[in-house]
Design a protein around this ligand. Structure first.
Ligand SMILES: NC(=O)c1ccc[n+]([C@@H]2O[C@H](COP(=O)([O-])OP(=O)(O)OC[C@H]3O[C@@H](n4cnc5c(N)ncnc54)[C@H](O)[C@@H]3O)[C@@H](O)[C@H]2O)c1
Ligand SMILES: [Zn+2]
Ligand SMILES: [Zn+2]
Length: 294
């Protein structure tokens, strides 16, 4: 079938993008799902900073690529066990094969065949289902959700409650699983543990919600945008620190009575990672989530 989607053909074009227009909405050919794959009608997709990192070339990927790796949709056609037309799914940006070493040991975020497929811009099966003329258009992290339809591996799909509004459900494909996953699975944060979160974008706010969920205390939210700091306080942060202040790290250490037991970097900046480390208490843990230029 022919689908319309936002294709990136060249990374690193000059900003402002309103003029250079790196993303073009094109008509591309989408092949039917192969074994273990689903055809999904996309209902909503989120814009993650990692999309921008492909566009600006700081996290290079194989070109051309139909972008978008955080989406939700309805299964239209299923060639996979356990999924039927009408199922509503979140499309997760790390396919989890379920059988490799990391998957079998309970760390599906580190799935090895999943990472290999994502690196080559293919689906988990190794297949490419997108093309334009005689050339392949690569899949973005197994999803390519900036389109009206996508073919994805069933290992990239998680069935969700259809009542969830699509614009929220889409975030479960990246921001929520990344931010909440860092808190709950990587840090194994517990009630009463002091926590600092640097960066309050989709990922950082999800980490904040995860920290509130497990009862961490105190929770210090750090950003450079005052409106984000106010939102963080509304969502359950106990203190907010403006990162533009020269003594921001000291403020975090003070609000956590000597340093956070867990400090999360969710900006994607080496400098902020240094600050998160400096704000971590002796014996504490600094968790890096953001993706600065390698
Ligand atoms: N590890 C993963 O699997 C994974 C998944 C998704 C996103 N990421 C990465 O996580 C990072 C965040 O993604 P996002 O979509 O939430 O980004 P975003 O752009 O929505 O949010 C970044 C936030 O950081 C704030 N910020 C900027 N400079 C700051 C500073 N000096 N100090 C404190 N805050 C500052 C911004 O105001 C913004 O609120 C990106 O690097 C992204 O590529 C990693
Ligand atoms: Zn993302
Ligand atoms: Zn695996």
């Amino acid at each position: 079938m022919i689908v319309r989607g936002a294709v990136l053909r060249e990374m690193g074009l000059a900003a402002p993008y309103a003029e250079s227009r790196p993303l073009r909405v094109e008509e591309v050919e989408l092949a039917p799902p192969g074994p273990g794959e689903l055809l999904v009608r996309i209902r909503a997709a989120g814009l993650c900073h990692s999309d921008l990192s492909v566009i600006d070339g700081s996290r290079p990927r194989v070109m051309p690529m139909l972008l978008g790796h955080e989406a939700t949709g309805e299964v239209v056609e299923s060639s996979a066990a356990g999924f039927a037309p009408g199922d509503v799914v979140a499309c997760a940006f790390v396919p989890a094969c379920g059988t490799c070493g990391p998957c079998a040991s309970g760390r599906p975020a580190l799935c090895e065949p999943g990472a290999a497929a994502n690196t080559t811009g293919a689906l988990l099966t190794g297949a490419h289902r997108l093309s334009a003329g005689s050339s392949i258009v690569h899949h973005h992290l197994g999803i390519s959700g900036f389109a009206d339809h996508a073919v994805i591996s069933a290992h990239s799909a998680v069935k969700i409650d259809p009542a969830l509004p699509p614009q929220i459900a889409a975030l479960f494909g990246c921001a929520v699983l990344t931010g909440v996953g860092a808190v709950v699975n990587t840090a194994r944060l517990r009630a009463g543990r002091s926590t600092a979160i640097f960066g309050l974008g989709g990922v950082g706010l999800s980490a904040l919600l995860g920290a509130v969920l497990v009862g961490a205390h105190p929770i210090v939210a750090v950003d450079v945008v005052p409106a984000k700091l106010r939102l963080a306080l509304d969502l359950g942060a106990t203190a907010a620190v403006d990162a533009r202040a020269p003594d921001a790290v000291d403020q975090v250490r003070e609000a956590t009575a000597g340093g956070a037991e867990y400090a999360f970097e969710t900006v994607g900046s080496a400098k902020v990672l240094e600050q998160a480390y400096a704000a971590t208490r002796r014996g504490g843990t600094t968790i890096t989530v953001g993706l600065p230029h390698p």
